[in-house]
Design a protein. Sequence first.
Length: 384
Amino acid sequence: MKQLARATLALSLLSAVILGACTAGPLGIFESLSLETPIDNGTKAFASQTPNFVVRFGSDYYAGVGALWSRPVTGETWSKVSGAPGTLALSAAVADGKLYVLFNDTDGVSPSIQHTADGTNWTSLDTASLVGSPLKIFSDGTNLITYVREVTGTEPYASEGRLYSSDAFLGLDTARPGFDVLDIAATGANAYVAACVWLDGTAFESALSVDGAVSVNETGQPGAPTTLRGVGYDATIGYILAGSDGKLYRRNAANDWNATTTTLKNSSGVAAVLSDIIVVPAYGGGNAVLVGTQSYGAVDAVGYFEVDADSFTTFAAATEYADRGLVSSSTNFQTTLEGKSVMKLYYDGDVVARTAGHLFALTGGDGLWSNSWDGTDWSGWNRE
């Protein structure tokens, strides 16, 4: 039913194009259909890049694409942030009314966490109490969450990782070998779930951090070689986790996990390596669960999957919304993100209130893309 209105409109428009082809100039119908293809007018410095992050702080968006960039929420032009206190912007989070950015200098060995309340004046956090180097920062909706890794030897993967909370760096749980945090989703109320991996002997296993307490090797939890790559939150469904085996997971309680029956596959019929998950308003009503995919080894990416949030009534039955159209037309998707590695997704709108917002797709090697929701419909993907 969500597609009926759009399908009817599409047929009407197509009829109009066909009828007007004789008077539409020398290109006729082809000129009209070409409007479906986005103009490649994105920021030149973003082309062929892999953005590290996008966040909204106040009335501006900030992006880490090599350097730290910003643009007004209501604008289109990106510019490097003047006076940014670092060379490479690796990670960012908005917490406690401040924008935090993890910078690294070009020597690659001197990370620093800086914060600002106005986008102009920056203050450096004292990270001397951290056991290891900060590699990523997140927000639990209220507090800063910092992932730190300590190198413990010279052999490969000889390291231990841990999480810290707030800018006072309160230690969460104990360090684990090879521990890495790939994604965090928060309820916005000082609560979060993090999709993680850790080295269990010689094999990397999935790990889950719930408000800092790490769970491993539980009954029903995906085991090696499957790892959890991303996590999203929906008020009705709860936390949804993306696996490297093309399946979605949910942890209800200790040793109580759900998994989707259907495997999301790429165009070659191989299980897709899933990445980030985000929930956004769907065209026609309800919500859409977007699941990013990434190229990994011999497995090709397919951009992202759309899953109707209504299909999660029975978690195991949730599957791809194959007709597409929940966040863009099929043509728009095919001419923009299809086949690309979508590493991260970011949306700044209110999903419950369905107010206007911007959806960003951060790709592996193909720049930054966005799609705008006006409260009723999506604009379609285009380059930033």
